[in-house]
Design a protein around this ligand. Structure first.
Ligand SMILES: Nc1ncnc2c1ncn2[C@@H]1O[C@H](COP(=O)(O)OP(=O)(O)OP(=O)(O)O)[C@@H](O)[C@H]1O
Ligand SMILES: [Mg+2]
Length: 277
């Protein structure tokens, strides 16, 4: 990865702090039988920000995305979007309000090509569209994610990186204000990760607020204005990337003892950490 492209962007936190939250979770809990997947979680997401979410496997990250996007409902607590309580709205209603998500396991519609997959996103998205308008939207989004040259490929002919791009394209085609990205860099090569980071920055610069879940720590640290750390469904840290990286609770729960030992024994430049868990 070239260091230049993974440098932190200048934070626009000051202006963001003055705005009311776009998304707010208030004491949200989701249980599966005896297991508490998301445990009394509260958080706010400001318009225009990139919030990174990290945590070990099973920490509740995808469940959190499911709760916000309408693929799960909380047992207790409230989810507010632009001040509106959405906790029990179906997923398509939330999508029409401007919330879109990708799936950790990519699921393109079988039998349809890339362009048709993206068109469906446009068709059922925030704005009513004719077939022609949906086609134009799909083509514009494919251009944005650099998939135009594979527009007529079927889902199963795509590389992992392209499938992740298709996931993002389908979400973008719905014209979201809030984009929830669940591990869109998993399985990518370092160069593909660099490209994905750049694409997410570009999406954010176009005015879309982003919540990004990722295990590629270096990428998440360079992308995010703030980072939230989940462990056993609970928030154990929420701070700037630099603060989170040096938080002993985060090191112990997620970044690992090996990293903690390395940090003690020699000076490590945080920008060069690559904990590809
Ligand atoms: N539909 C479900 N039914 C039962 N248990 C579930 C369900 N969805 C999630 N879980 C459990 O909830 C916990 C949190 O899962 P979740 O998928 O949110 O974790 P995650 O942080 O996304 O993990 P990963 O990094 O592996 O993707 C896990 O123990 C998981 O097995
Ligand atoms: Mg997950």
């Amino acid at each position: 990865m070239s260091d230049a492209s993974l440098q932190p962007t200048e934070s626009n936190a000051t202006t963001q702090e003055q705005q009311p939250p776009l998304l707010k979770l208030v004491n949200v809990t989701r249980r599966f039988g005896g297991l508490v997947a998301v445990d009394n979680l509260s958080l706010s997401l400001r318009p225009g920000e990139i919030l990174g979410v990290i945590g070990p496997n099973g920490a509740g990250k995808s469940t959190m995305v499911n709760l916000v996007s309408g693929f799960a409902t909380p047992n207790t607590g409230a989810i507010l979007y632009q001040g509106l309580e959405i906790s029990r709205l179906p997923a398509n209603r939330r999508n029409h309000l401007g919330i879109a998500r990708t799936f950790q396991l990519t699921q393109p519609f079988k039998g349809l090509d890339v362009r048709e997959n993206v068109m469906i996103g446009a068709f059922f998205g925030r704005h009513k569209m004719t077939r022609q308008q949906a086609l134009r939207k799909a083509d514009a989004v494919l251009e944005q994610v650099n998939l135009t040259h594979k527009a007529h490929f079927k889902g199963d002919q795509l590389t992992v990186a392209d499938r992740k791009r298709l996931e993002m394209a389908r979400a973008l085609a719905t014209d979201p204000q809030l984009l929830l990205l669940d591990e869109v860099m998993a399985g990518l090569t370092p160069i593909e990760i660099e490209q994905a980071v750049e694409l997410i920055r570009e999406i954010n610069r176009s005015g879309i607020t982003v919540l990004v879940i990722e295990h590629v720590v270096r990428a998440i640290m360079s992308l995010s204005d703030r980072v939230l750390v989940l462990h056993h469904g609970r928030k154990i840290a929420e701070d700037t990337p630099a603060e989170v990286l040096s938080d002993p609770r985060v090191i112990e729960a997620y970044l690992g003892e090996r990293y903690a030992r390395q940090r003690k024994s020699k000076h490590i430049n945080d920008e060069n950490i690559d904990v590809g868990l």
